[in-house]
Design a protein around this ligand. Structure first.
Ligand code: ADP
Length: 274
């Protein structure tokens, strides 16, 4: 599903004394199957941008086109159901949304609510629980008897059970230990490669952006400041410094060495897995 933002503006509390401009003239194309990473400071508009991807927010100006659906200010929320089904959002700390008695019921809740049969939903749950790195015996447990990291995996399986075409990840590894972080990100990368799942990742980790994304977008003060392949973005490390973004050590070292010595190290220093 091709995604296009055209002149998107978003104002919170529109037409009230508390009006707040959060997105300004965003133009962005996300082709089917892309892995896009969105980076930027807190308050730069990343979450607001994400919430336009399944109609949780509608632009106050401009349009967001998701496949055959165009979302604009005057759209009725009901007509967005079809879009919501195709876009899975993993919010920060998704485990806070677990609520059912068993893991199986929790994973099946979304699909069954959208009219998928119990049989199909349960078969997806059995497949997905393994995919997210757990074992089938977890399905009969209460989600609240699991560790934080296991709960996170169950919540992710619940989003994947909707069989989305697009997956939106808002800091999906926040609060996990480094091994858990890598396992979860590798899993999303595998899904993206296997199924051609369009993946949009908001992250504070430049390493993750560099390692997994085909393309990086940098948000600053509600605007799309820069867009490009990781190599392009990181070959201008000075601009990232100026924006106060946390650049990986390897890039920082390269930049500081070049600045101090006046010699170029080339751009081979940053290794990006392809
Ligand atoms: P990020 O995800 O990059 O931290 P956000 O999209 O959350 O940024 O916020 C963008 C801007 O919108 C910020 O200035 C923020 O204070 C403001 N904002 C976010 N949510 C609301 C809200 N519910 N009401 C009013 N302003 C908001």
């Amino acid at each position: 599903m091709q995604i296009t933002f055209k002149h998107v503006e978003y104002r919170y509390s529109f037409n009230t004394p508390f009006e707040k401009l959060a997105l300004e003239d965003i133009n962005l194309e996300i082709p089917t199957g892309r892995f896009l990473s969105v980076i930027g400071h807190t308050g730069s508009g990343k979450s607001t941008l994400l919430q336009h991807l399944n109609g949780l927010l509608k632009p106050t100006e401009g349009t967001v086109t998701m496949g055959a659906h165009t979302i604009h200010a005057k759209q009725k929320s009901k007509s967005l159901k079809a879009v919501r089904q195709k876009v899975g959002i993993v919010f920060q700390f998704p485990e806070h949304q677990l609520f059912e008695e068993t893991v199986l019921k929790d994973i099946c809740y979304g699909p069954m609510n959208f009219g998928i049969s119990r049989e199909v939903a349960e078969s997806r749950a059995r497949e997905l629980i393994v995919k997210v790195g757990l074992t089938e015996d977890v399905l009969s447990k209460s989600p609240f008897d699991l560790s934080g990291g296991q709960m996170r995996r169950v919540a992710i399986a619940g989003v994947l059970a909707m069989d989305p075409e697009v997956i939106v990840l808002d800091e999906p590894t926040a609060g996990l230990d480094p091994r858990g972080q890598k396992e979860i990100m590798d899993m999303f990368y595998e899904l993206h490669k296997e199924k051609g799942l369009t993946t949009i990742l908001v992250t504070h980790s430049m390493e993750d952006a560099a390692r997994y994304a085909d393309e990086i977008v940098i948000m600053q003060k509600g605007r799309l400041k820069k867009q490009g392949a990781p190599r392009e973005i990181f070959s201008h490390a000075e601009e990232l410094f100026e924006m106060g973004l946390d650049v990986p050590d390897v890039v920082r070292f390269q930049y500081e060495y070049e600045k101090a010595s006046g010699r170029s190290l080339g751009r081979t220093c940053l290794t990006i897995e392809e």
